[in-house]
Every structure is written in C-alpha cells, then in structure tokens.
Design a protein around this ligand. Structure first.
Ligand SMILES: [Zn+2]
Length: 177
C-alpha cells in the first residue's frame, strides 16, 4: 500500500512538472526562427546563376514558434571560396569579414558586387513569406563593371526575442557576354 501511494505521488509530481514546462514554453521564446528554402518556387537555389543587369528573385518562408522580428539580406563575393556554417551565427561569420577585407587589397580589375539590406516583418507574424527581387546593377557608382564569379547570398532572420538564424546560398553572378 505504501509503495502504491509512492507511485501515485510521484506520478502526480511528474505531471505537475510537465504541465509547468508547457506553460513556460508559451510565455518565453527560446527557439530560433527557421528559414525554409524548400517551398514552391523557392529562390535563390544553391548553385543558381544570375546576371548583372537583371534581378535575383527572393522567395523563402520564415517561421518562428512565437513571433518573427526582422530579416536582412547580404550578398558578397565568394572569390576566395570561404564557407559559412549555415545554421549558427558565430565566429565563422567574423572570420569571414576579415577574409572579405583581405580581398579588397588584392586590387583586381573589376569591382566585387556587395549588397546589404534590412527588411521589416509585420508585427505578430509567426510565418512570413519573403517575396521580393534584388536588382543587380551592371556597374558600380564608380562606373566600373562588377566582377562576375562566385557570390554568397545570405539571409538572416531574427525573432522578436532576439534569436537569429542565417542561411548562405552559393550562387554565381555573371556579366552577360
Ligand atoms: Zn561568404
């Protein structure tokens, strides 16, 4: 009998702990937002080729368990074939920025194209489909043609709680012959 009571008591305690956890999850957002690149018509795709003078269509699904905050897009050259961890934003991102600076000193003929833009997401969104285009100018402000080659298209999404996730796509941007 005593043993049975112990079992019942521990079962009650267990269920109390479990329901407590569930309540916490509702209030505190501890999960990172997600970037879904496998929706219908998703773009860009890894290894896709785009051309200066045209546009990169961007279609990706962003989700968060609680509420999305904002997202940003960054395009930079991958002439040195560096890599990014696609899930975590961490030291590698920093390393990469150093690598990028490195590149500027090499003094090549063309200019590498660069693009950075922040976008807002309507308040209260748990899901948001990015559906936009990014124009690729043929020439820089200095009048130099941008250098074609390997580029990285990076999208970073941040949720309302401040957690962020990024995804890097390896693309080619070329000058039309
Ligand atoms: Zn990169």
């Amino acid at each position: 009998m005593k043993k049975l009571l112990t079992i019942i008591a521990s079962a009650l305690i267990m269920s109390a702990i479990t329901s407590c956890d569930k309540d916490d999850d509702k209030d505190i957002d501890t999960e990172k937002p997600q970037i879904n690149a496998s929706i219908d018509g998703a773009s860009p795709a890894n290894a896709a080729t785009f051309y200066f003078g045209e546009e990169i269509p961007v279609k990706l699904l962003l989700t968060d368990n609680a509420e999305l905050g904002s997202f940003s897009v960054n395009i930079h050259n991958n002439f040195d074939h560096h890599s990014h961890s696609t899930e975590e934003e961490g030291e590698e991102h920093h390393d990469h920025e150093e690598g990028e600076e490195h590149h500027h000193h090499e003094g090549e003929d063309g200019d590498a194209f660069q693009f950075t833009q922040d976008y807002t997401i309507p308040a209260g969104s748990k899901e948001y489909t990015v559906d936009t285009q990014i124009s690729l100018p043929v020439k820089s402000d200095d009048g130099d043609e941008y250098e074609g080659g390997d580029y990285h298209f990076m999208i970073t999404v941040t949720d309302k709680a401040g957690f962020s996730t990024f995804k890097a796509f390896e693309i080619k941007i070329l000058q039309k012959e």
